[in-house]
Design a binder for this molecule. Structure first.
Ligand code: BGC
Length: 891
């Protein structure tokens, strides 16, 4: 049999993860990457085999499931359709494909996946807690915090296991140890959900940590979102004390399966951490810590018994993402001693970027000495930490040293939004090498890159990624510093396209959509934040609640995952029913927030509400179409049409002008296709005039900002859009950059030379929303446009302008790396593109003739494969890397 030898198969993944363990998808979806170039580097058929490695004798010749030959190009989201997958079982799978010529590839190298605990009956563990009887609080005082408990369980193993797994979760946070070694590298696990409905558990491979004989499983518990502060509402939003549920299962060659689960045999005590809170920080007295408390050797005489707790009624679900990790280390850029005099000096440390994370400090002192670390985003005019804008979030860590030995101090159960830290209470001077910031994020893997010829725009890109990472912490949040840190829904719907270009957050956003559905009211409205702790009432607001339809659509477009639409369909449909009931003759008032934090211009909320009504009905119609729900599609189209006509009747005057004369209104009208075709060009003109009239400045808030740039570029004003991006006077993206911003600010006027800091009541320096321009930078400036869901087809459309002489974007989709880069020199436009196998791409060049056009060094002799069309020359390119050169004169 002839082999398509040059088509390799790589990067096998299941549920968008490489060799995941502990998954609970009953029909997991497979994806693989084809590696090859040329027009045959595409799949015309595949065959996939799965073998249950836990069934003795199972082999590739007797697979558990064989897909048979599946015709077609699908190399992503191919769902398992074999016999029911079994809890704990480990499966091996492989795939082969047929290429464009019908030639067959070799089988891929097999990859593994492993099931988690699929039913409640698989859990023998009971919920346990350490109850402290003497927690009394003085009248009129803050309730006394309960110290973070540590729990341990000794157990014996007759042999070294061949496989061991720890299934674990907590109400609160956990850090687990086996024989003194930390299990995994997740932070703040199990993450945030509405604990009354769903609790995520994680699965870890602990095989290599166990040995024959006595072993120790030990866990430290923290308060987290469950017991600690959430938003501005203080502590105890879900419960009063943390609790643990875990189950260590080891399999032995003898066939023995041993389970060590949380039960009444565990022992517990208070750790030295007397306070831990995501907002307040962590306070630990190292004199009450024991270095080997989590090992067998430790004498636990006098430890308390644990108490069993009733299981919460919520569902246990396997975590779908990789959790929060330390994603970067920021070394101290400078350390400055201040406030000498009688006391010991304080040290002000600048780590160079306003990220989310914790400080790690190496120091030494005396027993009983208090080392205090405070955190802030900025310095005030006197050079001290500026903490007012943190509102109620103290962001302070404190350690009481145990002895004179050198120690490394780092909190476990908190994070701070900061660039500057102040250390006090140390004896020895702090050198830059003694202190660093450990950046924490759920956005562990960056999958995109953008760069261009303007270094200030490159800094903007870096700031976008910093704010992305700082605000993807278990859930997508508004900000990581003040007493808020909530899953504000509009912030994400605005920023999701940019986030998905830059980082692999698909699984995390997919999980968050379940959090959002958990907030849905009987009326069908989604809350404005998700998760929404009990008592939260805001729901149904335009652009916020609408995230329930917008985000699934964006996720589908960018990931290609149609199942997300299917899973959420009934919920989205209920939301559409809510919208239908909440409008009057096609008009809807846009709720509480409007074009949030817009400077100057106010855009009528009836306009905004109605504009979003059209947009959401349109999206829902497209969603229904993808799923083949024809009647729903038809109905949604009618609703959209009715709202569109109502908007036009109410807001378009006799001259075809909007009566709401703001940048946001025009950007929305163009972006959401609200206007009759005939008046679109004039609307584009008017938008450009408004930007011009503002001296090439924005007058937009959260809702208008992401729409202005595409609306300009799509309507003949790309040059103006480029100049707007490069604007560096207030208000603008680069104004912030010029002020030294290392993250994206919540407000255009967060700080100005004239006014200093804006009111501390709402002034974060780490809100990703305005970073939504990143999507335009990738798609319009560099020209990387995904046009079919999941990047199956791209348009690579370099669009120079505004004096940029180069730009380049890359993105790694499930298919591989896509790239579009361009530069101009010597009146030549040089373009280089990359097209992964099994995808197709069209390069669209901003020239009007194919004369002199070189493709991979060859003159494009005739117009075969190329067509000069309005908006540029279009050239289909096969998978591979290509360079194109065209004579080009600056506009
Ligand atoms: C948050 C925003 C959010 C808004 C809603 C603010 O406090 O920080 O980002 O979307 O409230 O009004």
């Amino acid at each position: 049999m002839a082999h398509a030898a040059d088509l390799a198969i790589e990067d096998l993944n299941v549920e968008r993860r490489a060799e995941p363990i502990g998954i609970d998808a009953l029909h997991p979806r497979f994806a693989w990457r084809l590696v090859g170039a040329g027009s045959n580097a595409r799949q015309t058929a595949y065959q996939l085999q799965v073998v249950n490695t836990d069934v003795p004798g199972a082999t590739w010749s007797t697979p558990t499931w064989d897909s048979g030959r599946g015709e077609g190009a699908d190399s992503t989201y191919v769902a398992y359709a074999g016999p029911a997958l079994v809890s704990r079982h480990r499966y091996s799978w492989r795939v082969r494909v047929w290429d464009g010529d019908g030639l067959e590839s070799a089988w891929s190298t097999p990859a593994l996946f492993e099931m988690g605990l699929l039913s409640a009956a698989d859990w023998s563990a009971r919920w346990i807690a350490h109850v402290v009887p003497d927690l009394v609080s003085e009248p009129d005082e803050m309730p006394r915090q309960r110290p973070a408990p540590v729990l341990r369980r000794r157990f014996g193993l007759s042999s070294v296991p061949r496989r061991a797994r720890l299934y674990i979760t907590a109400l609160g946070l956990y850090e687990a140890y086996v024989n003194g070694t930390r299990v995994g590298d997740e932070r703040l696990a199990p993450g945030w959900t509405d604990y009354n409905r769903r609790i995520q558990y994680q699965t870890y491979d602990v095989t290599s940590l166990l040995h024959q004989g006595e072993n120790m499983l030990a866990v430290r518990l923290g308060d987290g979102w469950y017991t600690g502060s959430v938003g501005p509402w203080g502590r105890h939003r879900y419960g009063d004390e943390p609790a643990l549920l875990c189950q260590l299962e080891s399999q032995h060659a003898s066939g023995e399966l041993l389970t060590v689960a949380t039960d009444s045999h565990w022992l517990a005590r208070n750790s030295g951490t007397w306070l831990n809170d995501l907002q307040a920080g962590e306070r630990t007295d190292l004199r009450n810590e024991h270095s080997n408390w989590n090992t067998v050797a430790f004498d636990d005489t006098g430890w308390d018994p644990v108490s069993l707790r009733a299981a919460p009624g919520s569902r246990l679900v396997a975590a779908r993402d990789d959790g929060i990790k330390m994603v970067e280390v920021l070394p101290a850029l400078s350390v400055r001693a201040v406030g000498t005099g009688s006391g010991s000096p304080r040290y002000l440390v600048d780590v160079g970027a306003n990220a989310a994370g914790v400080v790690r400090l190496r120091t030494a002192g005396k027993s009983g000495q208090h080392v205090v670390i405070r955190h802030a985003e900025a310095l005030d005019a006197t050079g001290e930490l500026y903490t007012e804008n943190l509102r109620g979030a103290e962001q302070q860590d404190e350690f009481v040293l145990a002895d004179t030995a050198p120690v490394t101090l780092e909190p476990r159960f908190t994070f701070h939004g900061f660039r500057h830290a102040e250390v006090s209470g140390v004896d020895a001077p702090i050198a830059a090498g003694d202190i660093e910031s450990h950046v924490l994020s759920s956005a562990t893997r960056l999958v995109g890159a953008f760069s261009c010829s303007d270094p200030l725009v490159d800094t903007l890109q870096r700031n976008i990624v910093t704010s992305l990472r700082a605000n993807f912490i278990s859930i997508p949040t508004d900000c990581p510093q003040r007493n808020e840190r909530l899953g504000w829904t509009a912030d994400l719907q605005i920023f999701a396209p940019t986030a998905l270009f830059n980082a692999d957050v698909t699984n995390m956003v997919d999980k968050w959509l379940d959090d959002l559905v958990d907030t849905q009211l009987p009326s069908g409205a989604y809350a404005d934040i998700a998760p929404a702790p009990s008592g939260w009432a805001g729901a149904g607001n335009t652009a916020w609640s609408d995230a329930g339809v917008i985000v699934p659509w964006v996720l589908y477009e960018r990931s290609g995952d149609a199942d997300v639409l299917d899973r959420l369909y009934d919920s989205m449909r209920r939301y559409v029913v809510f919208l239908e009931a909440d409008q009057t003759n096609g008009l809807r008032f846009g709720g509480r927030y409007g074009d949030w934090v817009s400077l100057g211009a106010r855009t009528d909320k009836l306009f905004i509400g109605t504009a979003y009504l059209v947009y959401v009905f349109d999206l829902f119609a497209r969603i229904a179409a993808v799923l083949g729900r024809t009647a729903d599609e038809q109905h949604a189209r009618e609703l959209a049409e009715k709202a569109r006509r109502a908007l036009q009747r109410t807001f378009v005057d006799g001259d075809g002008r909007l009566t709401v004369d703001t940048q946001t209104a025009y950007a929305m009208a163009l972006g959401f296709e609200l206007l009759p075709e005939s008046i679109r060009p004039a609307a584009g003109e008017r938008l450009a005039q408004l930007v011009d009239a503002a001296d090439t400045h924005l007058a937009t808030g959260f809702l208008g900002t992401p729409l202005v740039m595409p609306a300009l570029s799509d309507n003949g004003h790309h040059e103006l859009a480029c100049r707007l991006l490069r604007q560096d006077s207030h208000p603008s993206w680069l104004f912030e950059v010029r002020q030294g911003a290392t993250s994206i600010w919540e407000r255009w006027n967060g700080w100005t030379p004239e006014q200093g800091f804006y009111s501390p009541r709402m002034n974060s320096f780490n809100h990703y929303a305005f970073g939504a321009v990143g999507d335009w930078m990738y798609r319009y400036l560099a020209g990387l446009h995904p046009v079919e869901p999941g990047y199956r087809r791209t348009e690579l459309r370099p669009q120079p302008g505004g004096g940029f002489t180069a730009a380049r974007a890359t993105h790694e989709s499930l298919y591989g790396t896509h790239a579009c880069g361009w530069r101009i020199d010597d009146r030549t436009l040089h373009v280089d593109v990359r097209v992964p196998a099994n995808t197709s791409a069209t390069v669209v060049l901003p020239v009007d003739t194919i004369d002199g056009l070189l493709v991979n060094g060859q003159l494009l002799a005739d117009s075969k494969g190329a067509a000069a069309a309005v908006g540029g020359v279009r050239i289909g390119v096969p998978p591979g890397q290509h360079t194109l050169e065209a004579p080009y004169r600056h506009a």
